[in-house]
Design a protein around this ligand. Structure first.
Ligand code: HEC
Ligand code: HEC
Length: 400
């Protein structure tokens, strides 16, 4: 059991005790840093990319997405809702045909072919030949749907996989809303989320305050995950795999009223490998020339000095969550509606990592740019920063 301290600016006092993060029923305690084993990492990579945990029972049997895709989702449509194509899964003949403009990107049959090649990032299809035609028999999703993208090296949306990079083009709400099994009222809600966002609780509490898809890299030294510090990595991986992807397994957390028991459990035995793979994913370095080094160095001093960002974004992880601190929404001027739906009712100081890669910022995407982040804090924390200090701080954030 881990004690968490929630700091509330309003009353200026620290509430401790009573608030404990439990690890759920099926998540072992995790030492930090954990020694990583290359064999285990490699197994975890396959799970992260390709394992559906048996969630076809939802995406196929319930949502009938195999029919939706087969009937009406061309590669052009799929790319427009954020799907990415892994060029390394395509045989040379297909790459050549694509490059020559000889692949019909307006035909759903082409999508089925891409699924047969296992080339659609985050989507796993079981393609069978029926009456001489490739037919999508079953389809499911993997972790990579939301937490991988591609480098666009071949064409926009087509390239080498970048695991751990949130797919800011992915629109999970719009995709689920394509299903004939989803009631109209829910479709309306799902269609408000937009690209790069997902609400991992709507199906549990009926509310909707969508979250920005976060990176799954740079977390090896962070003890507690999610915007609201729900638990360690395996807690959250199990939660998402079972309650959101609808994989088959057991997960229970009385704090949020979830108790799911499904056997055989196709999730729990994979959590260690999945965790090791995630911990092996390091934060991407900012591209050369993407920031002004001299200004960034001045900005570092603003971060640790005048603006005192480092009081919460502390140490090499840029978070104080490892010291068991959480922050009431009011403390940093955040919208508290999402936190109110969670176990701790507070926000974790986000570990800052790869910031240039994944705008917008904050759990709800309320800051569209790093300049907007700084402006938010100037207002919320009543900081006295000059125009120069603000722009230096932005340059520094770009380096993280
Ligand atoms: C439908 C999109 C979607 C899928 C699929 C998905 N996630 Fe996530 N993931 C999210 C969202 C949204 C959050 C933010 C939740 C939060 O922090 O409260 C998140 C949070 C996380 C985090 C926490 C990051 C942090 O900064 O603390 C990790 C790690 C993660 N997911 C890994 C996974 C793994 C592993 C899988 C597969 C088992 C997975 N996710 C499947 C959308 C998704
Ligand atoms: C009192 C603690 C605290 C201080 C001081 C603080 N932060 Fe934060 N920071 C947080 C919390 C909590 C979050 C998560 C808020 C959310 O997602 O809604 C956050 C989120 C962020 C994010 C968003 C990261 C992402 O991936 O979405 C950035 C960037 C950031 N802070 C930068 C700064 C800068 C720059 C300063 C100084 C001007 C600063 N913070 C000062 C607690 C703090």
């Amino acid at each position: 059991m881990r004690k968490i301290t929630v700091i509330t600016a309003l009353i200026g006092s620290t509430i401790a005790g009573g608030l404990a993060i439990s690890c759920g029923t099926n998540t072992p305690a995790e030492p930090t840093p954990e020694p990583l084993d290359p064999t285990v990492i490699s197994a975890g990579k396959d799970i992260f990319r390709f394992d559906t945990f048996g969630d076809e029972k939802y995406w196929t049997d319930t949502l009938r997405m195999h029919e939706v895709i087969q009937k009406g989702v061309s590669p052009a449509t799929a790319l427009s809702v954020g799907f990415k194509v892994d060029v390394d899964s395509l045989p040379q003949t297909v790459r050549d045909a694509l490059a020559a403009g000889k692949v019909d990107l307006t035909s759903p049959a082409t999508t089925v072919t891409l699924l047969k090649l296992n080339a659609v990032v985050g989507l796993k299809g079981d393609v069978r030949t029926v009456g001489g035609r490739d037919t999508l028999a079953r389809v499911g999703i993997t972790c990579a749907l939301c937490h991988s993208t591609v480098d666009n090296s071949f064409a926009k949306g087509i390239g080498h996989r970048l695991d751990g990079w949130p797919n800011m083009d992915m629109n999970p709400g719009a995709i689920v809303a394509l299903s004939p099994a989803v009631p109209a009222a829910l479709k309306t809600i799902l269609n408000t989320w937009g690209p790069g966002k997902y609400d991992p609780r709507t199906n549990i509490d009926g509310q909707s305050t969508p979250l920005v898809l976060p990176p799954a890299y740079g977390l090896a030294a962070v003890d507690i995950l999610t915007y609201t510090a729900e638990g360690p990595v395996s807690y959250w991986n199990a939660y998402v795999a079972i309650t959101q992807m609808h994989g088959q397994g057991s997960f229970s957390d009385p704090r949020v009223g979830v108790n799911i028991v499904q056997t055989p459990d196709l999730v729990t035995p994979k959590l260690t490998a999945l965790r090791q793979y995630q911990f092996s994913l390091t934060t991407p370095k900012p591209a050369a020339g993407s920031f002004d080094a001299a200004a960034a160095e001045r900005g570092r001093l603003v971060f640790t000095g005048a603006a005192n960002c480092a009081s919460c974004h502390a140490g090499s992880t840029y978070t104080d969550v490892n010291s068991n601190k959480l922050h009431a929404p009011s403390e940093t001027g955040m919208d508290g509606r999402y936190a109110a739906r969670t176990a701790e009712k507070a926000y974790r100081t986000t570990p800052l990592r790869g910031l240039l890669q994944h705008a917008p910022y904050f759990h709800d995407g309320s800051a569209v740019s790093l300049a907007a982040v700084v402006d938010h804090y100037v207002g919320a924390l009543k900081l006295q920063l000059s125009v120069q200090q603000k722009s230096d701080l932005v340059e520094y954030l770009k380096t993280l």
